[in-house]
Design a protein around this ligand. Structure first.
Ligand SMILES: [Zn+2]
Length: 188
């Protein structure tokens, strides 16, 4: 018995779809669909990066960006991170669930950085950048990401390869915002 849908026979009833009907997509005279979450996040990331370049000292243009600058940008973002990364001297180093707070810094989780790099790598080329000079595709960036992943896994006590026995690559622990293409992530 399905009597939850509103009556449709009423004349002059408003045509608008009730809130909560997620299937309803408004197309107003154009093919413009609302950007996906990935797309809007990518645009935001790209804007943030351009902003970062504008404020860079000494001044830095997109054309002169290297992998080193991409890494510098990720380090800059650490101040906005929410992932506690224990320093070696912290008694909770290697504890996944410390019993009390400590003074260790908050950083960007590896998974967030990995996804960010994937988005910016795409954005760079979508905005006219050459594939060969893409700072986010640089080898140094891959190495940096790998180091962050291993460092965070140790600091947080996360055995990120614990499912290795299954013989399949699994997303690493800590990749809470995993949205990238970690398939390109090579353990060189
Ligand atoms: Zn700590």
């Amino acid at each position: 018995m399905n009597s939850s849908s509103p009556p449709t026979t009423m004349k002059g009833a408003p045509e608008s779809t009730p809130l909560g009907s997620a299937d309803h997509v408004v197309v107003e005279g154009s093919m413009k669909a609302p950007p996906s979450r990935y797309e809007s996040q990518k645009r935001r990331d790209w804007k943030t990066f351009l902003q970062y370049l504008r404020n860079h000292k000494p001044p830095l243009t997109l054309a002169r960006c290297s992998g080193a600058h991409a890494i510098e940008f990720m380090r800059y973002l650490d101040q906005f991170g929410k992932t506690k990364v224990h320093v070696l001297s912290c008694p909770y180093f290697g504890h996944p669930h410390p019993p009390s707070p400590c003074a260790c810094p908050l950083k960007q989780a590896w998974g967030s950085l990995d996804a960010l790099v994937g988005r910016l790598r795409a954005a760079y080329e979508e905005n006219g950048g050459e594939q060969d000079s893409n700072p986010f595709a640089a080898r140094a960036v891959r190495i940096y990401l790998r180091d962050v992943r291993e460092g965070q896994a140790k600091a947080r006590g996360i055995p990120y390869e614990k499912k290795r026995k299954r013989g399949k690559d699994v997303p690493a622990a800590g990749s809470d915002v995993y949205a990238g293409d970690a398939g390109n992530f090579q353990d060189a």
